[in-house]
Ligand binder design. Structure first.
Ligand code: SAH
Ligand code: SF4
Length: 392
């Protein structure tokens, strides 16, 4: 049985052809699934009976079982989806005036292991399939349409951010067809500027995304220099800041917007000093030299959302405001992210789901040193033991 959520429209066309059907049948079928949320083939009235029988015999539209659902005071909804074998992933819907943003997970856990991230603390279990990524928007869109009594043609999800659990660019093969389904006019019809991939900096995959499916890009920077970023985002040891910003600059050639979003999680006493704000400003503005070319970007400061065991604290509001002021006065558009859904642990970096850690990250963490502000720059360019699939 093939799960049709696994296929973007072009792959569905190939599959239909293998079944002896005309390619336009794939478009009809795709619209039933992704525009009407239909999973029952017998209800797909404009498909010929023999094709419907074939579908019933060999295909299904299988969403993910909902393990739990929580609704926050501010209307944020968080679903926990059971993906089997003790793993579960989270999806968050954030309603705002005139738009609804869905925050989607790409992996069960994450192998990047950022110090300040609840998902990273859990270790890594596995990549989600394309079907499991698409099932998140499929469920949210049609469940919310029913609940909010939306008229035909009205959409619940107007924006998608790949900012849930996992590093989307370490699950590239599943990510791209899932993005294509979200962008497809016969699918969710989202414009490229309304779909954002957020990455901790998988440089080669930023290059590939630029060519394959250039949606809006957010880069999780979190530090103005390599010494600190090596500690906060271990992937930096493999792809340091200069290479990351160079990839981001090249991405802009194809990006749907003329800026990259820079995310910066504000950690008390770690990366939030005025000197660090100045260093970040110098890095991002650049000075026109080849050494410091800067980057066309907007900065989004994210007050750290604490979770037990992180050992880190959120920067005070005054500290965040002072940091933002330095960037703004230096000419960088800077916003401070409003925390949403924190009463149900649905805020950035709080998503933890349930993950069977297959990388023994917790064990390694116990041996690791606490985060320091000034780290010794022992740079190990090839020593990234945290790439997915590798066992320590
Ligand atoms: N792996 C991707 C996308 C998922 S994380 C990435 O790292 O970009 C989405 C955003 O939430 C990232 O910018 C991440 O740095 C941030 N984040 C992670 N943990 C956080 C926390 N505890 N508090 C606030 N933001 C956090
Ligand atoms: Fe992974 Fe992103 Fe969390 Fe880092 S911040 S551990 S890359 S999910």
């Amino acid at each position: 049985m093939i799960n049709l959520l696994q296929l973007d429209r072009s792959a569905l066309g190939d599959w239909c052809e293998q079944q002896g059907e005309q390619p336009f049948r794939a478009t009809q079928l795709f619209r039933w699934i992704h525009q009407r949320g239909e999973r029952d083939f017998t209800a797909m009235s404009d498909l010929a009976k023999p094709f419907r029988d074939k579908l019933i015999a060999s295909a299904q539209v299988a969403g993910l079982p909902v393990a739990s659902e929580q609704v926050a005071h501010d209307g944020t909804v968080k679903w926990l989806f059971d993906i089997g074998n003790g793993d579960a992933v989270e999806t968050v819907f954030i309603p705002e005036a005139g738009r609804g943003t869905l925050c989607i997970s790409s992996q069960a856990g994450c192998a990047v292991n950022c110090r300040f991230c609840a998902t990273g603390h859990q270790g890594f279990s596995r990549n989600l399939t394309c079907a499991e990524i698409v099932a998140q928007i499929w469920h949210a869109e049609f469940e919310l349409r029913r609940r909010l009594h939306l008229a035909a043609g009205e959409r619940a999800v107007t924006n998608v951010v790949m900012m849930g659990m996992g590093e989307p660019l370490q699950n590239y093969a599943a990510l791209v067809p899932a993005l294509r389904t979200m962008l497809d006019d016969h699918g969710y019809g989202l414009s490229r500027r309304r779909v954002t991939v957020s990455t901790s900096g998988v440089v080669p995959m930023i290059e590939r995304l630029r060519d394959d499916c250039p949606v809006a890009l957010a880069v999780s920077l979190h530090a103005p220099d390599d010494a600190l970023r090596d500690e906060l985002v271990p992937l930096n040891r493999k792809y340091p800041i200069a290479e990351l910003l160079a990839a981001a600059r090249r991405y802009l050639e194809r990006a749907p917007r003329d800026f990259i979003t820079i995310e910066y999680c504000m950690l008390d006493g770690v990366n939030d000093t005025p000197a660090q704000a100045e260093a970040l400003l110098a890095l991002l503005r650049g000075d026109g030299t080849a050494e410091r070319p800067g980057l066309a970007c907007k900065v989004n400061l994210i007050p750290f959302n604490p979770f037990a065991a992180s050992g880190l604290k959120r920067s005070s509001a005054a500290r965040v405001a002072a940091f933002a002021a330095v960037l703004q006065e230096g000419g960088l558009v800077t916003t401070i992210r409003k925390t949403r859904g924190d009463d149900i642990a649905a805020a950035c970096g709080q998503l933890a789901g349930e993950v069977q850690d297959r990388t023994r990250v917790a064990e390694r963490r116990a041996r690791a040193l606490p985060v320091r502000v000034a780290a010794p720059a022992s740079r190990r360019r090839s020593g990234d033991a945290l790439a997915p699939g590798r066992r320590p």
